[in-house]
Design a protein around this ligand. Structure first.
Ligand SMILES: O=C(O)c1ccccc1N[C@@H]1O[C@H](COP(=O)(O)O)[C@@H](O)[C@H]1O
Length: 207
């Protein structure tokens, strides 16, 4: 079964809808480099409203360790997700499982980075270039991917209801992750796009 993470939640109603539609995880973006940055207070509201068994992922990009610790203490996310030039060792200091985003937008130059995070619970492959922020709706060249990765692969970058079924069939990722492809504007999810996305993933498995 392909897990589904819907990222960039800023509203309780969007997170609840994603959970009701069958999302396995929601993402909360804390880095100021994002158009989807959520406040700690709103993040707490979202987490408190979610039903059981929906994971919460706190996303950072080269942020201060103090912010990460504050989020862990006040929001209690299930997992951390790092999008910048953080090292494996730096990501490990929080004693929480983490996903490391790998910027695949640089083409083959990105491939050595896939081996730099042996302690990551999963590698999230995103479409942006190194040093750029994610959530851009940019896909990368899927044919670059090696057959096997050391860790579970979370496919991200430019996914939407129209391409996610092909992605799942071709690449068989552990999970898919989407932000802009299910939005009406940054941080505001579109119920129809969200439903179509989750349905498209589940339809691959059903048929
Ligand atoms: O969503 C953001 O604003 C963001 C900012 C900085 C780093 C990562 C960010 N989002 C992540 O990027 C993926 C892909 O986004 P998209 O579907 O291409 O829009 C998203 O799922 C987040 O994990």
């Amino acid at each position: 079964m392909t897990r589904i993470k819907c990222c960039g939640m800023t509203r309780v109603e969007d997170a609840l809808l994603a959970a009701r539609l069958g999302a396995d995880a929601i993402g909360l973006v804390f880095t100021a480099r994002s158009k989807r940055q959520v406040t700690l207070a709103r993040a707490r509201e979202i987490v408190a409203a979610l039903p059981p068994f929906v994971a919460t992922v706190a996303l950072f990009m080269d942020d201060d360790a103090r912010l990460v610790r504050q989020v862990i203490e006040e929001v209690r996310p299930t997992l951390l997700q790092f999008h910048g030039s953080e090292t494996d060792e730096w990501c490990m200091q929080f004693d929480l499982p983490f996903l490391k985003a790998i910027a695949m937008g640089d083409g083959a130059a990105a491939l050595p980075r896939l081996r730099d995070y042996p302690h990551a619970a999963g590698l999230l492959l995103d479409g942006h270039g190194f040093g750029e922020a994610g959530g851009s709706g940019k896909a990368f060249d899927w044919s670059l991917l090696p057959g096997e990765l050391m860790q579970p692969m979370i496919l991200a970058g430019g996914l939407h209801a129209g391409n996610v079924a092909d992605a799942v069939r071709l690449l068989r990722p552990w999970a898919v992750d989407v932000a802009s492809g299910v939005e009406s504007s940054p941080g505001v999810k579109d119920p129809d796009k969200l439903a179509a996305f989750i349905h498209a993933v589940r339809a691959v498995e059903a048929g």
